[in-house]
Design a protein around this ligand. Structure first.
Ligand code: ADP
Ligand code: MG
Length: 235
């Protein structure tokens, strides 16, 4: 089968999410019929104002949260039809996350942090340390492998978090405002690196970002607007 015939990596249909209102009012609809199809290796920027539901969407796609309605098919499997254990395994093996905060373990070195997902993946350990070292080299951290997070700059910590997300060769990378805690110049460097590494690894990527000046480097941009994803076209 050629890649043109391959089914999409991710197919989302009619995805909705409501939260109970704080008072006695009606539920609050955050997502109301999101449709999305993502091919293997494709990179997509997701934009929209604060509070519009971007993180909610990424969390549902990453199996960290569940939808109120609709379907998510990832790697040909309907997430809702899987057991919690199956979803956890899928997440560990096939999905990488980069969040606004790096969430590195403070007592572990950069190298140890990168290797943590390999413990949960069930994938053979052999070669993982070599791969970790090679990836850290590629993002300019060759002399920082033994450093703890508090011995690294904000940009360096996010680079470690990026390599940790890629270590298991996930089919999908979910990135949620990765530079919200960084200054402008460092932020741009991290975004460029994310795109570069993502292309080198052939991973599909959904990235929530306010760096619209860099979004053109991704395959397309989608805007989350009143609960649905609108195509802003090829960038
Ligand atoms: P974004 O990432 O685009 O800033 P979020 O997905 O974090 O937006 O939030 C979307 C909306 O959903 C916000 O109004 C937020 O307050 C609400 N929300 C998020 N999580 C919860 C929750 N667990 N319970 C109730 N409301 C929530
Ligand atoms: Mg958010």
């Amino acid at each position: 089968m050629t890649s043109a015939d391959a089914p999409p990596l991710l197919v989302v249909e009619g995805l909705s999410k409501s939260y109970p209102s704080a008072a006695d009012g009606p539920p609050v609809d955050v997502l109301s019929g999101v449709t999305l199809s993502l091919d293997r290796g494709e990179s997509v920027a997701v934009v929209g104002p604060s509070g519009c539901g971007k993180s909610t969407l990424l969390n549902i796609l990453g199996t960290l949260d569940t939808a109120t309605a609709g379907t998510v098919r990832f790697l040909g499997q309907d997430l809702a039809s899987m057991t919690q254990k199956q979803r956890a395994r899928l997440r560990a093996q096939s999905i990488g996350f980069v969040f606004q905060e790096h969430h590195l373990l403070p007592q572990c070195s950069a190298m140890e942090n990168v290797l943590i997902p390999t413990l949960a993946s069930g994938i053979a350990q052999q070669g993982q340390a070599d791969r970790a070292a090679e990836l850290l080299d590629r993002v300019g951290l060759n002399d920082r492998k033994g450093h703890r997070p508090d011995q690294l700059s904000g940009g360096q910590r996010q680079r470690v978090a990026l390599i940790r997300a890629l270590i298991n060769r996930p089919a999908l990378l979910l990135v949620d405002e990765p530079t919200g805690a960084l200054d402008g110049k460092t932020a741009d460097q991290v975004i460029k690196l994310l795109i570069e590494m993502n292309q080198a690894e052939g991973t599909a990527m959904l990235m929530v970002t306010h760096a619209t000046h860099l979004a053109h480097r991704l395959d397309r941009t989608l805007r989350l607007d009143r609960g649905v994803l609108l195509d802003e076209g090829a960038a």
